[in-house]
Design a protein around this ligand. Structure first.
Ligand SMILES: Cc1cc2nc3c(=O)[nH]c(=O)nc-3n(C[C@H](O)[C@H](O)[C@H](O)COP(=O)(O)OP(=O)(O)OC[C@H]3O[C@@H](n4cnc5c(N)ncnc54)[C@H](O)[C@@H]3O)c2cc1C
Ligand code: SF4
Ligand code: SF4
Length: 608
């Protein structure tokens, strides 16, 4: 099939691209404002393919300053967007460890003792220090709290009502079509295949869609973005070694909640010092809350789910959450390399937008608005080229799109943020100081610590727990977990002093229940496995098996002969296994032993 423009993924970046584009393809009298090359006499034919089974099945926070969103929708009425609320009150809290199981450095232990000793003179409440001052770059004054799912459905409805673009959910793109270094469109995923991708009942090969322009907005772990990175390489010195696994709950707060809509809480310090938390209050007693497990956290038992439950049980938060009920659950990783992870933004026949193009700003903790800005900038550029009847060559896209991006706040702020979190490579205290330094000096100074790949910094389980759990005990736990075909992190955390979670069937539920009740995870039959262990022999030698410990959906289990087993029906497509694999792919120095391909299914909730 031939079209003019094909888009991969319908996240905020592509939503912005299509919102701006769709309004200007047709004149008020219905005649084309610009003409299609694929279908002469008609407006340009624009298609967008989204992997998830519906629009709005993505995962995000979201609190946003909404600068780019407001530029697109100057008259935006938050009352018209379900779950939207204006930001009213922001707090940044340092959580002390109420359990004594957290792995804290000497510096933090000392800081904790001082805070506890001076708690009557400090704003300490329920074992949380409310930071009396936070730098302005962290604030979201005049911003909005949104549900990513609800917002994307709202935008999707508007875009489709223009009648000028089509969005196809449930349609993963398997690869970009590349001819002599030019992207000429995309190929959709084969259906009716077995786990390994071999034709089986009802085989339908993925259709080829030829387009003059392919817009790649497939997020931080999109297969098409990574295909282009592999094909064209990254600019010199760039890499994507910073990420975080985000996991969230959407909850009904108890009836007597004291939390008001518009409340924004950010936390650090607990359950492990490296783990950041967030709680945002929507209207009608609903809250989004969750944690980020960052790439620099060196624990091989890096399970977001169990940590999220301990975080919710912290006394400062639990007094607000006790009696609440789980509505929705989700997980997704964020690409946090920002400018340093920026790929080639354009090439002949393609352009990159959104988080996969390095938009996320780790200093301000903001991704949606930046992704949105990049999509808007590309749409303005594309309209300019269409009107001038110029082809989508790299040179033309650079002049129209990259130039816009370079002269915008998006690019300027990404320069400030570039090295702001490097200090975390040397510890949490250094990281926090480095962030403040970078923010307050507009990026002139930061504290160094080059991010490294996971296999260079994640130690073995035995080394990580040295002094806390003996090697003999770890060997016994391994055998017990192997016999149960389960991951190891729960047993390790129990042994390290983390108490059992008091499941209540409402809010504190098992991981499996969260998948079924909150995420409603499903996978349609007839698709190949999208998580593939490339070199099984590397898995056999792998001690840490971080893929299995970090899996957000319990979709990876130990398996026979040392090679993990992947269950597509539990996969939420978060990408944590891709980032966290603790063995390098021998073919490249940068990537891991897991292949994360385009795939169907995943979360079925539009609240996350
Ligand atoms: C838990 C969590 C909390 C966050 N909190 C905040 C916050 O408070 N504020 C904030 O500003 N940002 C926040 N972010 C970051 C923000 O969500 C992202 O920066 C933003 O969503 C990036 O938008 P995007 O359009 O580039 O990519 P995405 O939102 O990742 O969208 C990409 C889309 O492409 C689709 N796709 C991928 N591959 C294919 C394929 N092969 N074929 C078809 N479709 C495909 C995906 O399904 C997805 O819908 C948070 C992120 C997470 C995970
Ligand atoms: S996929 Fe990576 S982390 Fe998982 S067992 Fe194999 S090598 Fe180890
Ligand atoms: S297997 Fe699926 S759910 Fe598990 S970490 Fe990988 S992408 Fe996430």
């Amino acid at each position: 099939m031939d079209v003019d423009i094909v888009c991969v993924g319908f996240g905020p970046a592509t939503a912005a691209f299509l919102t701006t584009l769709s309004k200007q393809l047709v004149n008020a009298d219905g005649t084309p404002a610009v003409e299609s090359a694929a279908l002469p006499g008609m407006p340009p034919q624009v298609l967008c393919y989204e992997r998830a089974d519906d629009i709005g099945f993505g995962v995000s926070g979201v609190v946003t300053r909404a600068r780019a969103l407001r530029a697109t929708f100057p008259e935006i009425d938050q009352a018209g967007i379900p779950m939207a609320a204006p930001v009213r009150e922001e707090k940044v809290l340092y959580l002390l460890d109420p359990i004594g199981a957290s792995r804290r450095s000497m510096t933090l232990r000392l800081a904790d003792s001082l805070i506890r000793a001076a708690k009557f003179a400090l704003p300490v409440e329920n074992l949380a220090l409310n930071l009396p001052w936070t730098p302005s770059f962290l604030h979201k004054h005049d911003g909005m709290i949104l549900s990513m799912g609800q917002f994307m459905q709202w935008v999707g409805a508007q875009v489709q009502s223009t009648g000028t673009v089509q969005i196809w959910p449930g349609t993963p793109v398997s690869q970009a079509l590349i001819e002599e270094k030019k992207v000429v469109g995309v190929r959709l995923l084969d259906q009716g295949v077995d786990k390994a991708g071999n034709p089986s009942d009802g085989f339908t090969p993925g259709m080829d869609i030829h387009a003059a322009l392919t817009v790649v907005g497939d997020g931080p772990v999109g297969a098409i973005g990574r295909q282009l990175d592999a094909q064209f390489g990254l600019p010199d010195g760039h890499h994507t070694r910073d990420w975080a696994a985000g996991m969230k709950f959407v909850v009904d707060l108890p009836e007597n909640t004291a939390l008001k809509p518009g409340t924004v809480l950010h936390t650090f310090g607990y359950p492990e010092p490296e783990i950041f938390g967030f709680l945002y209050v929507h209207p009608d007693r609903v809250a989004s809350l969750g944690i980020f497990v960052p790439s620099w956290f060196d624990s091989p038992a890096r399970t977001a789910y169990r940590y999220l439950q301990h975080w919710m049980l912290h006394p400062y938060l639990w007094r607000h959450l006790k009696g609440g009920k789980l509505r929705s659950w989700g997980a997704k990783t964020l690409g946090e390399s920002g400018r340093r992870g920026e790929p080639h933004l354009t090439g002949d026949g393609y352009a990159r937008i959104g988080e996969g193009s390095g938009t996320t700003n780790v200093l301000t903790g903001s991704g949606v608005d930046e992704a949105w800005a990049s999509g808007t900038q590309l749409a303005e550029a594309v309209l300019e080229l269409l009107k001038a009847k110029k082809p989508f060559t790299k040179q033309n896209l650079d002049e129209a799109y990259v130039k816009r991006r370079r002269s915008s706040w998006l690019d300027q702020e990404s320069i400030v943020a570039e090295k702001s979190r490097d200090g975390f490579q040397r510890g949490v205290a250094t990281g926090m100081i480095g962030m403040a330094l970078a923010g307050l000096t507009k990026g002139k100074f930061s504290l160094g610590g080059e991010p490294v790949q996971p296999w260079k910094h994640i130690p073995s389980v035995e080394d990580y727990y040295a002094g806390r759990i003996s090697r003999e005990k770890i060997a016994t736990l391994r055998d017990e977990c192997k016999a149960k075909n389960s991951s190891l992190h729960g047993a390790l955390m129990d042994q390290a002093g983390w108490p059992a979670i008091p499941f209540d069937g409402q809010l504190l539920v098992s991981h499996q229940d969260a998948l079924l009740m909150g995420g409603k995870v499903q996978a349609p039959p007839g698709y190949a496995d999208h998580v593939v262990f490339q070199q099984p022999e590397l898995c056999r030698q792998c001690g840490a098996r971080v893929c299995l410990e970090a899996c957000s959906g319990q979709a990876i289990t130990p398996g026979e002969n040392g090679v993990p087993v992947f269950d597509r029906e539990k996969c939420v497509h978060c990408g944590a296994c891709l980032w966290n694999c603790s063995q390098a792919d021998p073919k490249t120095s940068e990537h891991m032993n897991i292949a994360f391909r385009a795939g169907a299914g995943g979360l079925h909730s539009a609240e996350n």
